[in-house]
Design a protein around this ligand. Structure first.
Ligand SMILES: [Zn+2]
Length: 314
């Protein structure tokens, strides 16, 4: 086993426990709050986040991978405080979302790579919080600027050993585009998770992702669109039946607060979209579909520990 960085310091990968591989604490557009600070009540949001993280711990979750990239309001101080107050182990990300900020468009890619590497090896700003994972995203299709981010992410991954976890637009099979670019950059696909794969009902596409070597991130569970929980659980069960439990991770892509929706709307309109849904509701649904406890353990504990244990540069 190996030691990796969490928001509150080093963690032995054998102590990650039940791990949700693709979640968020906050998803924000920070320029809004620079100009309208009254729109973000930090104290109330901290209490909300700590409550939700404690609920997750009570449901058996030990670690959350926060895949919030630089440009979606990543806030290492907030995450660390929420981790300390709740007791949740939280792994912080570096990387960029698919609408790449103009800041990067006319600068050399080496600067992007260097920032990702610095976040992982030194820490984010002056916070001392080190990123432990690299996030990149492709939606609706890969475009030139997106490809630059994927290549910079691959280079930062090889320089640091931190795994890559992605966001895809499954309807356009963008996971395969990401795999092609990673492969061209010499990435061992066994150290990547192709995320949001459960938005697809296309079994051959998901099998291709796994056969190419990546983990298949079934990580939008609880979002009723574009697939229901039943459809998502059916697909996980089908992949397990085909012998792929060692290549599947489970998560919700939920957050304590997301400002893409009006305040409170996510809780009201999407009541299943939270950190406890998998341990409390989906695990029983998987058992009903014949998924063994060993396979559930593999997907929720074994695979995250293996992914984060392979942390050497190459
Ligand atoms: Zn996400």
């Amino acid at each position: 086993m190996a030691t990796i960085q969490s928001a509150t310091g080093p963690v032995d990968t054998s102590n990650l426990g039940f791990t949700l591989m693709h979640e968020h604490v906050l998803v924000l557009w920070p320029p809004m709050y620079q100009q309208y600070p009254e729109l973000f009540d930090r104290e109330a949001q901290m209490a909300n986040a700590v409550g939700k993280l404690r609920n997750a711990i009570a449901a058996g979750v030990r670690t959350i991978v926060d895949l919030t990239p630089i440009d979606l309001g990543r806030d290492p101080r907030f995450i660390r405080e929420a981790a300390e107050k709740s007791g949740m182990q939280i792994i912080v990300a570096t990387g960029l979302y698919y609408q790449v900020p103009f800041y990067f468009h006319h600068r050399p890619d080496e600067e992007m790579t260097a920032l990702f590497v610095r976040d992982i090896t030194v820490g984010i700003g002056q916070t001392g919080v080190r990123a432990g994972v690299i996030k990149c995203a492709t939606e609706p299709d890969m475009h030139a600027m997106n490809e630059r981010v994927l290549r910079a992410s691959a280079k930062a991954h090889r320089a640091t050993g931190a795994p890559i976890c992605t966001h895809t637009f499954a309807a356009n099979k963008t996971g395969l585009d990401q795999q092609r670019v990673f492969k061209e950059e010499g990435v061992d696909l066994g150290r990547t998770v192709i995320g949001h794969s459960d938005d697809s009902g296309d079994l051959p596409y998901l099998e291709q992702i796994i056969q190419n070597g990546s983990y298949c991130g079934m990580d939008r569970i609880g979002l009723p669109r574009p697939r229901t929980d039943e459809q998502r659980a059916d697909m996980v069960a089908k992949l397990v039946e085909k012998g792929y439990a060692e290549r599947i991770t489970l998560s919700h892509d939920a957050s304590c607060h997301i400002d893409m929706l009006p305040n409170g709307a996510a809780d009201a309109v999407l009541p299943q979209w939270n950190y406890t849904h998998i341990p409390l509701d989906i695990v029983p649904m998987l058992r009903e579909r014949g998924v063994s406890d060993a396979a559930i353990q593999q997907m929720t504990v074994g695979n995250p520990a293996r992914l984060f244990s392979q942390n050497s540069a190459y």
